[in-house]
Design a protein around this ligand. Sequence first.
Ligand SMILES: *[C@@H]1O[C@H](CO)[C@@H](O)[C@H](O)[C@H]1NC(C)=O
Ligand SMILES: *[C@@H]1O[C@H](CO)[C@@H](O)[C@H](O)[C@H]1NC(C)=O
Ligand SMILES: *[C@@H]1O[C@H](CO)[C@@H](O)[C@H](O)[C@H]1NC(C)=O
Ligand SMILES: *[C@@H]1O[C@H](CO)[C@@H](O)[C@H](O)[C@H]1NC(C)=O
Ligand SMILES: *[C@@H]1O[C@H](CO)[C@@H](O)[C@H](O)[C@H]1NC(C)=O
Ligand SMILES: *[C@@H]1O[C@H](CO)[C@@H](O)[C@H](O)[C@H]1NC(C)=O
Ligand SMILES: *[C@@H]1O[C@H](CO)[C@@H](O)[C@H](O)[C@H]1NC(C)=O
Ligand SMILES: *[C@@H]1O[C@H](CO)[C@@H](O)[C@H](O)[C@H]1NC(C)=O
Ligand SMILES: *[C@@H]1O[C@H](CO)[C@@H](O)[C@H](O)[C@H]1NC(C)=O
Ligand SMILES: *[C@@H]1O[C@H](CO)[C@@H](O)[C@H](O)[C@H]1NC(C)=O
Length: 379
Amino acid sequence: MVWTSVFLAALPLLSAANAAVSVNEFKNVGFPGRYFDIASLDSLSSCCALATTPTNFSGPNSPLNEELSVHFRGPISLSKFAAYYSANSDSGSWSQVAYYNSANQTANNVTFLNNNGENSTCLGLGLTYASSNGTSKATQPTILEADNFVDSNQEYLIFSSVKCPESGFSNSCGVYRSGIPAYHGFGGTTKLFLFEFKMPNTTTWVEWNNNMPAIWFLNAKIPRTSQYGNCSCWGSGCGEFDAFEVMNGTQYLDLASTIHTYQGTGNITWGIPAPGYFKRQLNDTMLGGVLFATDGSINVFMPNSLSWDSSLAASTVNGWIPSKDILIQSLSSVAPQSTGSGSSQTGSSSASKRSGASKVQSGWTLALFTCVMGVFNFL
Ligand SMILES: *[C@@H]1O[C@H](CO)[C@@H](O)[C@H](O)[C@H]1NC(C)=O
Ligand SMILES: *[C@@H]1O[C@H](CO)[C@@H](O)[C@H](O)[C@H]1NC(C)=O
Ligand SMILES: *[C@@H]1O[C@H](CO)[C@@H](O)[C@H](O)[C@H]1NC(C)=O
Ligand SMILES: *[C@@H]1O[C@H](CO)[C@@H](O)[C@H](O)[C@H]1NC(C)=O
Ligand SMILES: *[C@@H]1O[C@H](CO)[C@@H](O)[C@H](O)[C@H]1NC(C)=O
Ligand SMILES: *[C@@H]1O[C@H](CO)[C@@H](O)[C@H](O)[C@H]1NC(C)=O
Ligand SMILES: *[C@@H]1O[C@H](CO)[C@@H](O)[C@H](O)[C@H]1NC(C)=O
Ligand SMILES: *[C@@H]1O[C@H](CO)[C@@H](O)[C@H](O)[C@H]1NC(C)=O
Ligand SMILES: *[C@@H]1O[C@H](CO)[C@@H](O)[C@H](O)[C@H]1NC(C)=O
Ligand SMILES: *[C@@H]1O[C@H](CO)[C@@H](O)[C@H](O)[C@H]1NC(C)=O
């Protein structure tokens, strides 16, 4: 069985979700802040060392303007995925940079990985190529099969097919775990992701994340170091964005959106949820989009139709984002250097609402807290 856990996998938090929407918008996203990169990794003994000097960031959508990996948790079937870049989300056009089509088995600039690689006490399971059914490992890049389906708590992720340079602190992918297939994520302030998928009701039962499908993004450095261990830049705030996430088994038909950075909160585990939720259709194919706009806003939307053309006019894309049924979460402006310290991130998440998860999570959070605070004491 896959090593199951919850943290960094679309965190299971309480949210103020109270109204069904067709758009969740986060405004004023991006702030002058910092996080700590991993300086070295050692899966056998010392686990990892965080950098002693911070990685600074600023500007619209930061730190989510950095490269992101795209994550999927079952029960889910993915039929289409695409990523687009543009110079400006309000004018001109979007160019497709990645495309997956399950029906005709096309995967352009898309690499499917999962966390079924080497296991270690301190780093947890590492990345590996995903097998065609998504749940096992493969020895080479493998296209997710036509009628793919992964059940509760099974996960896979998408990177581009551009390989990372050697692991190294100053390299474009940073330090990463040895032996993994290391690829670039999807970077830049202005980017668009499209999804065609199903989230059918599960017919089985697992202890963790039962019937809690999700699509989310992590700073691509996180899974390349340790998504489920205690060694990554996540705790110091390099960023996570949850687009379509069932938060608990009670409200298994509600898909929430949450941002996990230090902008406007000292608690990265909690993050900031959008006030609205999308309705999960158990029997139907759903369409979803996540637009990181040039002005520093993130729109998560579920339109009735999408186009998958290699070039899309900005007006076409903006037309998918209706101005009604929209709930806006405006993030507070943050003064430089006042955040990213990680100093507030104590405690576990509300994972206690999910049996079996809270113990693991609090242990991990405390370990990370110790690690981060260790660096601060050093500074
Ligand atoms: C990051 O910001 C800190 C504090 O403003 C500054 O001292 C440091 O030089 C910056 N680092 C880089 C690499 O610019
Ligand atoms: C593939 O994706 C990477 C990462 O976003 C990008 O740098 C590259 O240009 C893309 N390749 C193509 C052919 O679009
Ligand atoms: C797969 O289908 C898509 C959408 O119809 C099309 O654009 C693409 O060219 C097809 N690819 C192949 C290899 O047939
Ligand atoms: C990975 O290692 C951890 C800790 O050593 C262990 O608890 C877990 O069961 C292992 N998982 C797998 C799939 O081997
Ligand atoms: C996925 O495929 C692997 C072989 O690559 C197989 O061992 C495994 O049982 C399959 N998993 C499911 C859930 O079908
Ligand atoms: C969906 O599955 C859950 C069990 O996970 C069950 O309680 C619920 O009744 C199912 N809903 C529908 C509409 O079938
Ligand atoms: C379940 O998640 C929803 C958000 O989708 C939240 O509003 C609700 O409070 C959560 N319920 C429990 C019991 O945690
Ligand atoms: C979905 O399909 C199941 C049976 O396959 C049915 O019981 C349920 O009523 C359907 N739900 C909706 C919302 O159509
Ligand atoms: C941070 O959020 C988590 C999860 O929602 C919560 O359990 C914890 O108490 C919070 N920590 C602080 C210091 O508020
Ligand atoms: C990670 O956890 C392991 C096992 O609990 C511990 O030995 C190690 O010191 C921790 N590393 C960091 C950086 O916190």
